[in-house]
Design a protein around this ligand. Structure first.
Ligand code: HOZ
Length: 427
């Protein structure tokens, strides 16, 4: 497969963009080689600048549950754009959208719109600290909640891909307030609470980890977090930026039946445009300015184009039966990939929750970041390129989730399985 234009663009990009990319994981450092430059997307497919077609399992890293360039979403954006692109003043659409979000995620009585998932988690932590008047927070080793200072300790996603344990530029003062524990280890979480009595403002988790690759909660783990945080007066924050409207319409909290105090949303709620949201109990959200003393603001917050895209996306997703067919298609794909790996004698441990999944190149089950890191990343890199050359675009890192969309029909999935059959054999 020729990618001369992508290669030339990457060389040019490196002149004025750090590493040639606007977000580190896109640089293909986790798999080697040059990134593919995308010209357009349609449904389940991406087209690069050299004219190659790929079945896409990145889906813009999660937002595109309806597939690329859904006509009704595009029409909603165009209609909104014709009325003006930004006002910096309240709009009727935001009121409707906030009500829709609170109906879909009933643990949220109030919600604030921002422009990215990073902003949502950053603000949620500030609110939790303002509400509890405590400083410390607990995050998961390998959990990723965007690129704000206090959340970059032991972060997943691009930091995991590049093997960066923390980030330069974060002050010791900030870092010392972030405590990290292993995912799925309730005993360790209990020990951290015992060692820091009345000091922990918040526990923030992705209820299904997606940024160390897809690693589901073990039975009882989320329940244990809920119990522990409630008893300690600590705010439980579910970062559902990835899982919200992905693993169920109401997110992971609906799928597992656990109510957090605060929820962070992003990705799908913006329909492919930059949106984040955080919301939760009225008592906690009332701490936010102008109601309360916790400040948070944004020029483009509640942007009319982004809200229009999100509103249309959620309207389309609320039609009955969609999540069931997505589950069935995802199961067929992931079960098929597992069978092909076994047939080829390649050790793969696959995790899937709904339409998000990761095939870890490991012979043992992956239940946390330590076990994820046992994966054979070099072999994953070879598989990644074998698939890319056969027209399948996976996330360029072992430590990311793949996303199936409603546009992935039988043809797209069959094509993926054919490519995988050959790719596993080629390893
Ligand atoms: N944080 C995203 C993956 N979990 C990557 C975002 C991007 O590079 O676009």
């Amino acid at each position: 497969m020729k990618r001369d234009k992508s290669h030339a663009l990457f060389e040019a990009a490196k002149t004025h963009i750090p590493g040639g990319v606007n977000s580190p994981v896109r640089a293909f450092r986790g798999v080697g080689g040059d990134p593919v430059f995308i010209a357009r997307g349609k449904g389940a497919y991406l087209y690069d600048v050299d004219g190659n077609e790929y079945v896409d399992y990145v889906g813009s890293w999660g937002p595109l549950l309806l597939g690329h360039a859904h006509p009704e979403v595009l029409a909603a954006i165009a209609e909104a754009a014709a009325l003006g692109t930004s006002f910096g003043a309240p709009t009727e659409r935001e009121v409707r959208f906030a009500a829709t979000l609170c109906r879909a995620v009933p643990s949220m009585q109030m919600v604030r719109l921002v422009s990215s998932g990073t902003e949502a988690t950053m603000a949620a932590l500030r609110v939790a600290r303002g509400f509890t008047k405590r400083d410390k927070i607990v995050k998961i080793d390998g959990g990723y909640h965007g690129a704000s200072d206090g959340l970059l300790a032991a972060a997943g996603s691009g930091a995991a891909t590049l093997g960066i344990p923390g980030s330069a530029g974060v002050t010791a003062g900030t870092a010392q307030d972030t405590l990290t524990v292993a995912w799925n280890d309730a005993a360790e979480m209990r020990a951290v609470f015992a060692a820091n009595p009345s000091q922990i403002a918040a526990v923030i988790v992705e209820p299904v980890c997606g940024n160390m690759g897809c690693v589901p909660p073990q039975p009882g783990y989320l329940e244990a977090l809920r119990e522990l945080t409630r008893a300690a007066g600590t705010v439980l924050i579910f970062d559902e930026v990835m899982t919200g409207f992905r693993v169920a319409f109401g997110g992971a909290q609906a799928r597992y039946g656990i109510e957090p105090d605060l929820t962070c949303l992003g990705k799908i709620v913006g329909g492919g445009l930059p949106v984040g949201a955080y919301g939760g109990k009225r008592e906690i959200m009332s701490c936010i300015a102008p109601l309360g003393p916790v400040y948070q603001a944004g020029t483009l917050s509640g942007n009319p184009l982004a809200v229009a895209a999100g509103e249309k996306t959620l309207e389309l997703l609320s039609k009955p039966g969609l999540y069931e067919s997505l589950e069935a298609a995802s199961a067929r794909l992931v079960d098929g990939l597992g069978a092909l790996a076994r047939e080829a004698g390649v050790a793969v441990s696959a995790n899937r929750v709904g339409s998000m999944f990761t095939g870890f190149f490991s012979s043992s089950p992956v239940t946390d970041y330590a076990s994820a890191k046992k994966s054979d990343t070099a072999r994953f890199g070879k598989f990644f390129h074998a698939m890319l050359d056969r027209g399948v675009y996976l996330a360029p890192s072992q430590f990311e989730a793949a996303f199936v969309s409603l546009a992935h029909d039988a043809r797209a999935i069959d094509r993926t399985l054919d490519a995988a059959r050959q790719s596993f054999k080629s390893l």
